[in-house]
Design a protein around this ligand. Sequence first.
Ligand SMILES: [Zn+2]
Length: 218
Amino acid sequence: MQILDNLYIYLWQSSTENNCNSVVIDGKVPMLIDPGHLHRVENLLDRMRADGFDPGRIKVVVCTHAHPDHLEGALAFKKPSVKIAMSRQEERFIKEVGWPMYMAQGLTLPDFRVDFFLEEGDLSLGKHRFEILLTPGHSPGSICIYWPRHKVLVAGDVVFLQGVGRTDLPGGDATALKRSVDRLSRLDVDLLISGHGPALQGAHDIEANFRFILSVLL
Ligand SMILES: [Zn+2]
């Protein structure tokens, strides 16, 4: 679904199968955030085409973290024209510690290379400027992508509508998660796109969501 001129959101809605929400930010360097499960990528590409966006234009695939339901589909973009990006901490985590999570789901960790590591701070892609925030807790190298110009926050599995990412998986850390959510709550956000569930629009509702999470859930 096209939300802004350059912003497309693909929410995953299924009560029987897990996959993540995906986001496309178009521009000179079109970016896909969180491709989801590999066997669902074709469906995602179809939805992009239905919106009039040619997925062959994607140049960067960013993974908020390396869990299978966010990263696995990156394999479908393994070609020289597409660069794969995540945090250095997350790549190390999934390759050294977290890979059995794939086996537990009957999957194998995709044989992927990370073309560039996302660090805390600014990320410029064409004319778009984003802020990368390292937000560990759900996973050690989780990142969020903030787009100040439109006050959009792509939060991965750090924060949801009335919820936060689980911390009982390998590498989870409840104390770090609380610190990360607290950081995100200080941003000026008009559109919160989480890794699962609905997107939340409107600064007032988003602030209320953060207040609820910080006072009740964490
Ligand atoms: Zn996750």
